[in-house]
Design a protein around this ligand. Structure first.
Ligand code: PRX
Length: 648
C-alpha cells in the first residue's frame, strides 16, 4: 500500500513556478541534455568571467572527476550580498530570533554587506588568504553567517563544526584540514542552557599541542568570563573597531573550494566533504527557488543549525543567492514552551517552514494544544529533511501544523549532494506521506540490487545516482582515493548513496534508511564505528559493537553492546559512566540510548562480529535472526536475547 495521495492544491498549480506539465518538460530536458540545461540555469548567478565549458564529469573507476563551469569565475559572497545591493539594500536579509523570545534582530542586505566586510577584514589582517582553511565553531548567531560569508569573500575555505561536538571531535577536524584560524564565541545559548564554546576551543587546541592554530577570534554572546590568550585570542568586538566596512571580493574559479564539512561514514574518522564554488551555488539557489517555490517577499525559515549541510545550503547560500529573507533561530523547539516554533512563525509572519521529522515527532507528543494556541495563518508551505518521515508524523504536520492547507515537501539529500535531489515541487507533484516522491531536474536515480543490476519499474534495492549534478561534492578533503572508494566502488560508474529505497508503480521514491553502518539519530548522522572507538577508549571496556534501533522520536536510537575487561563488573553506575564518556568524547548526539553488557559478542569463526544479529536483537526481532550456524559460539546469542535492554 502506498497510502494516501495529496493532490496539488489548485492555487498552487497556478501560483508556482512549475506545474505538472512544466515539471515533466523540464525534467526531460535536464536529463536529455544536461550540459545544455545547466548552461542555461548556470546564468542565474553572476559570473565575473562567464563559463564556456559546462559539464566535465566522470564516475569512471579509478578516475572519478567532477567539474562544472570550470572556466568561469565568480564569488559566492558577491552573489549572496553585493549583487543585491542596487535593488535590496534596505530589504531584510536575515531575521535573527534569539534563544530568549525577547531577543530578535533584523539585518538588511546593506548591513549584511558591512558586517561581512568587517569580519573579512579582521581575518585578512590576521593573514587569512585565498585557499586557507578557517574553522568556525559558533552558536546560531548572525556572526556565524558573517563568518561563513567572510571566508567566501576572501576565498578562504570554511569548515563549520557543529557547536555540540566535543573538544576531541573539534580537534580532529581542525587538524585534518590544518586551519590556523578559529572563529568562535564565548558561550552558546540553547534552551536557556550555556555551551562553553571558547573553553572547548582551548581544550581542542591544547589536545593538538597548539596544532598550528595562530588566531582565535571570539564573538561575545553571553558575556561570560573566558580565558583569553593575549597573543592568540582577540575579541571580535575589539577587532571590529579597527577595520572598515569595505572589502573586495576575491575572484574565484568555479572549481575553487568553498567549504569543507565533516560527516560520518561507515568506517574510520569523519570525512571532510569538499564543496566548490560555482556549481554548488547554482544548484542550491535553483533548488531553493523551485522546491520552496520561493517568491520575492516570502519569509523563509529553515530550523537547521549552520553546523550541518542543511544550514549551509538552505539557511544561507541558496536563500541569500536568491535575495531572500531567511530566518535564523538560536533556540530549540521546546523552549520556553512547546509553542515556540509556532510563535516564531506568527511573530515574523513566516510563509515557508523547513524542519526535521524528529522535531515534528517530539512536538506531536506534546499534543495539538501548543500548536492550536497559535495562528500560523502566514504559512503556505512546509518542508521536511534529514531522515525518513513516518506517515503518521507527516499527517500530523499536514493537518495540525499546516491546517490541511499547506503542501509538504519531503526533501531527500545528503551532505555529499550539496542540495536537494529527490523532492516534490509543491505546484507540480502530488504528495504521498512518507515518500520523497520524484527527482529534481538533472538527477538520475536508479534502484540497484546487491549485484548492481539496475531494477526497472516498481522495485526495492539500493539507491544510486547515474550522473553528476552541479552541487555534488568533489572530493574528500586531502584524500581523493577515499572519495572514490567510498562512493564509486560498490557500483562502477554510479554514485552510491548508502541509502536503501523502494520505487512504487508511480515512479515515486521511498527512502528506507541507511544500508551501511551509519545511523541517523534525530536526523544527525553518526558512524557506529566512531561510537565504538570512543567506547573501547574507556579503560574498563574491552570490546564494543554499536547498532541502531527504531526510536519513536529520534527515528533511530543508539544501542551499544559492551564487553568489559576481565576484572570489571557490570553496574548501573558503569552504564551511566560509559554514556557520559561517549558524550564527552564525541558530543551529546553520540550518547548511547541503551547499553547492554555482554560477556561476549557473536563472532564468526574468523573473529568477525556478526552485526546483523546484533541489529536484529536491538530491533526486537529475535524470531528472525537468520543463519547463526557460522557463529563460533552460538550460545552467545541466547545470553544477548535474555539481557536485551528495554526500549524507551
Ligand atoms: O539516510 C538519508 C537521510 O539522511 C542521510 C544524509 O544525512 P546528512 O548527510 O547528515 O544530511 C542530512 C540533511 C540533508 C541520507 O543518506 N535523509 C536525509 N533526508 C531524508 C533522508 N531519509 C529519508 N527522507 C529524507 N527526506
Amino acid at each position: 500500500m502506498d497510502g494516501k495521495v495529496y493532490e496539488v492544491p489548485s492555487e498552487w498549480a497556478s501560483r508556482a513556478f512549475v506545474d505538472a506539465a512544466g515539471y515533466k518538460r523540464l525534467y526531460q530536458a535536464s536529463v536529455a541534455d544536461p550540459a545544455a540545461f545547466w548552461a542555461e540555469h548556470g546564468r542565474r548567478i553572476h559570473w565575473f568571467t562567464p563559463y564556456a565549458k559546462v559539464k566535465n564529469t566522470s564516475f569512471a573507476p579509478g578516475a572519478v572527476s567532477i567539474r562544472w563551469y570550470e572556466d568561469g569565475t565568480t564569488n559566492v559572497a558577491y552573489n549572496c550580498i553585493d549583487r543585491h545591493l542596487d535593488t535590496r539594500a534596505g530589504q531584510v536579509a536575515i531575521i535573527w530570533e534569539g534563544d530568549d523570545p525577547s531577543e530578535a534582530k533584523h539585518i538588511t542586505y546593506q548591513e549584511l554587506h558591512d558586517e561581512v566586510c568587517r569580519l573579512a577584514n579582521v581575518l585578512r589582517n590576521r593573514g587569512v588568504e585565498k585557499g586557507d582553511r578557517v574553522t568556525i565553531y559558533m552558536p546560531m548567531i548572525p556572526e556565524a553567517a558573517y563568518a561563513m560569508l567572510a571566508c567566501a569573500r576572501l576565498g578562504a575555505v570554511h569548515s563549520v563544526v557543529f557547536g555540540g561536538f566535543s573538544p576531541d571531535s573539534l580537534a580532529g577536524r581542525i587538524e585534518d584540514c590544518g586551519s590556523k584560524m578559529i572563529i568562535t564565541a564565548d558561550e552558546g545559548l540553547r534552551g536557556g542552557r550555556k555551551v562553553p564554546l571558547k573553553a572547548n576551543v582551548d581544550a581542542a587546541i591544547e589536545r593538538l599541542g597548539g596544532g598550528g592554530v595562530e588566531h582565535v577570534v571570539v564573538v561575545r554572546r553571553t558575556g561570560a568570563e573566558v580565558a583569553m590568550d593575549p597573543v592568540r585570542d582577540v575579541y571580535y568586538h575589539d577587532a571590529r573597531e579597527m577595520v572598515t566596512a569595505e572589502c573586495p571580493c576575491e575572484e574565484m574559479n568555479a572549481e575553487d573550494p568553498l567549504f569543507i564539512l565533516y560527516t560520518s561514514g561507515s568506517t574510520g574518522k569523519p570525512k571532510g566533504v569538499l564543496h566548490t564554488t560555482g556549481g554548488y551555488l547554482v544548484y542550491t539557489a535553483m533548488t531553493h527557488q523551485y522546491v520552496f517555490d520561493y517568491h520575492d517577499g516570502d519569509i523563509y525559515w529553515c530550523t537547521a543549525d549552520v553546523g550541518w549541510v542543511t544550514g549551509h545550503s538552505y539557511i544561507l547560500y541558496g536563500p541569500l543567492a536568491n535575495g531572500a529573507t531567511t530566518l535564523m533561530f538560536e533556540g530549540v523547539p521546546n523552549y520556553p514552551t512547546n509553542s515556540r516554533f509556532w510563535e516564531v512563525i506568527d511573530k515574523h509572519k513566516v510563509n515557508t517552514f523547513y524542519t526535521a521529522p524528529t522535531a515534528i515527532r517530539a512536538l506531536m507528543q506534546a499534543g495539538e494544544g501548543p500548536v492550536k494556541a497559535t495562528s500560523r495563518a502566514s504559512l503556505r508551505l512546509l518542508g521536511s529533511v534529514g531522515e525518513p518521515i513516518n506517515p503518521e508524523a507527516w499527517e500530523w504536520y499536514h493537518r495540525v501544523v499546516g491546517d490541511a492547507r499547506c503542501p509538504i515537501v519531503d526533501t531527500w539529500w545528503q551532505t555529499e549532494t550539496g542540495g536537494i535531489l529527490i523532492t516534490p515541487l509543491p505546484g507540480a507533484i502530488p504528495q504521498k506521506p512518507g515518500s520523497a516522491t520524484l527527482p529534481f531536474f538533472g538527477i538520475k536515480p536508479e534502484v540497484v540490487d546487491a549485484e548492481g543490476k539496475v531494477l526497472d519499474g516498481a522495485a526495492e534495492g539500493n539507491l544510486v545516482l547515474a550522473d553528476s549534478w552541479p552541487g555534488q561534492m568533489r572530493t574528500v578533503y586531502g584524500d581523493h582515493q577515499r572519495f572514490m572508494d567510498t562512493y564509486f566502488s560498490a557500483y562502477p560508474n554510479k554514485y552510491f548513496t548508502g541509502d536503501g529505497c523502494r520505487r512504487d508503480a508511480d515512479g515515486y521514491y521511498w527512502i528506507t534508511g541507511r544500508v551501511d553502518d551509519v545511523i541517523n539519530v534525530s536526523g544527525h548522522r553518526m558512524g557506529t564505528a566512531e561510537v565504538e572507538s570512543a567506547l573501547v577508549a574507556h579503560a574498563k571496556v574491552s570490546e564494543a559493537a554499536v547498532v541502531g534501533y527504531p526510536h519513536d522520536i529520534k527515528g533511530q536510537g543508539i544501542y551499544a553492546y559492551v564487553t568489559l575487561m576481565a576484572d570489571e563488573q557490570p553496574s548501573e553506575e558503569l552504564r551511566k559512566e560509559l554514556a557520559a564518556w561517549v558524550r564527552r568524547e564525541i558530543g551529546p548526539i553520540a550518547q548511547p540510548d541503551l547499553i547492554q553488557f555482554a560477556p561476549s559478542l557473536p563472532k564468526t569463526r574468523s573473529g568477525k562480529i556478526m552485526r546483523r544479529i546484533l541489529r536484529k536483537i536491538a530491533e526486537d526481532e529475535f524470531g528472525n535472526l537468520g543463519d547463526t550456524s557460522t557463529l563460533a559460539d552460538p550460545g552467545v546469542v541466547s545470553d544477548l536475547i535474555d539481557n536485551r535492554q528495554n526500549k524507551q
